[in-house]
Design a protein around this ligand. Sequence first.
Ligand SMILES: Cc1cc2nc3c(=O)[nH]c(=O)nc-3n(C[C@H](O)[C@H](O)[C@H](O)COP(=O)(O)OP(=O)(O)OC[C@H]3O[C@@H](n4cnc5c(N)ncnc54)[C@H](O)[C@@H]3O)c2cc1C
Length: 604
Amino acid sequence: MMGRYMSMETLKFLLHDVHDVSELFQYDFFSDYDKEGVDILLDSAKDLSDKVFYPNFREMDEKPAKYENGSIVVHPAIGDMIKGYADLGLISGVFDYDNGGMRLPGMLLSSCNHIFESANNSGVGYMGLATGAANLIVTFGSEELKNRFVPKMLTGEWMGTMCLTEPQAGSSLSDVTTSATPQGDGSYQIKGQKIFISGGDHQFGENFIHLVLARIDGAPSGTKGISLFVVPKLMPGEGGSFSDNDVITAGDFQKLGQKGYCTAHLVFGENDACTGYLVGEAHQGLKYMFKMMNEARIEVGITATSTATGAYYSSLQYANERPQGRRIQRSGKKNVEADQTLIINHPDVRRMLMLQKAVVEASLSLILECSKAADLHRAADGEVAENSHLLLELLTPIVKTYPSEMGVTSINNGLQILGGYGFTSDFPLQQYYRDIRICALYEGTTGIQSLDLLGRKVPMKNGKALQLLLAEIQDTLKAASTFDDFKPYVKDLAEKLEMTQKVLGELMPFAMKGEYERFLMDASIFMEFTSTIVIGWQWLKMAVAAKQALVAGKQEYPESFYESKILTMRFFYKYEMPKTLGLMETMLNNEVLTIKEEEKNMVF
Ligand SMILES: Cc1cc2nc3c(=O)[nH]c(=O)nc-3n(C[C@H](O)[C@H](O)[C@H](O)COP(=O)(O)OP(=O)(O)OC[C@H]3O[C@@H](n4cnc5c(N)ncnc54)[C@H](O)[C@@H]3O)c2cc1C
């Protein structure tokens, strides 16, 4: 029997009641959508997910992608996933009508991806890369590139990849050495190696359109000399023919988790016969690629949230079925004559389940907050568009990092709930635990996201993005203050905002004095601190929507559904929010221990 792996009720509550997706439909750009259409799309995604994604989750781990005879063979279900996803119009969905899309709001694509990835986190990446790569070509490439490569990517016949990483250039892309030599006809000869390329080669792509970062001969060093190229695996010719383009698959990395999602080592131009086409202008490649990376960062947040969601429902089911021990009586004694109780009745197990729920539902809420900001940036004009973009810029490192880091903690608690069985391969918790671990690494590690948040996004435009976030939080505080029983949480969150000012008051002067290493020394602590507060904001926002539904008496779901949202908010404020105090103490402590000093070197 199929287990529950996500909650459609929670997803719809978040979309309609908390983040009011219908606000988007008032813009001309999204005016073809309505609530009924939203629910039909989500229900179709759930159906595909139940039939194709979920049933193959365990087997894709047990039968991983493998390298055979110069190419990669992935699980056969990947073919069905690509087809089903493309048939729902999701690969092309976000594109405009004249590019074959349906102007699908990002809020809805994120929601569908959450459904699929809660069922099976190794599938959606293949299609997401096709969408992302095609979007880059459409946005920055010439008409010729667009007409030649994009249509088949949007049907799922051709796949896309993002090729940034090289053996010596991971976090630091300024060290990319793949070369691009002009061939005299407007094209370039590409030469170099790319490693860790997700979805880089498999039997279900008729062709692969790689988006490759490379350096044109004589280009400036550093990131200013990096350009972006379209490099097809097979060069399309007349009448549907293909010729080899000298892109060799050198291997498939065998991994801790996400074993169904292949990770290729690609060699471009080993025989000096690999042709690439420049996208947009020379030396602007990293800037263009950041468009895809920012979208991919939200997508990683979705993967992490959804993986942790699948784990939550799995451990919840176990806790509801496993009898063990007896409840402690009022007298403090155990009644050994009584039947064993289910473990879900023990406070410690309930605490772990509530933590899981608190992490996954607020992470999903933050994803929809970010997706809405991206949608408003697309649909609105002027100040609304600009502010939405700035808010999204600030929240992107957080929406990537919180679900990735706290998702691990959440699944760890889920695994603990299963006791010894959690450690065995009889149950999927161990797989979720392994699968989610990549999320804190790819698309910029947690360390890199934290530098981005504190070093770039907070000071950006004189702190304007941060001011916009504070204004959003103030709106929630105002709405929450209308309910007397929420006042303690309003006070708590308001105090946390003051703490943020205090921390920045301590840290920013280091940046102003040019002491950047000192300024950024504890960027990861700042990330943990800020993201906990942001998640506290999301919980208050959810609790307000739940309370409003209860007060209005027009609930779509049972009262207990809304009451549980409020209870989980209270849980977050009791168990998670106080952690910010300790993090603040660390950041205000002026002792410098981690900066390397030549004269008193630390011995590890
Ligand atoms: C399964 C998988 C799939 C991937 N998919 C893709 C893909 O499709 N396309 C692609 O191009 N790449 C892909 N990657 C590469 C991924 O983005 C990189 O692994 C990641 O960016 C980190 O680079 P690195 O592995 O070289 O680690 P390093 O950059 O060597 O980092 C090692 C450690 O040092 C820290 N560190 C590095 N620099 C700094 C600094 N300046 N300050 C503080 N700390 C620092 C990091 O945070 C990390 O903890 C994938 C990787 C994996 C494992």
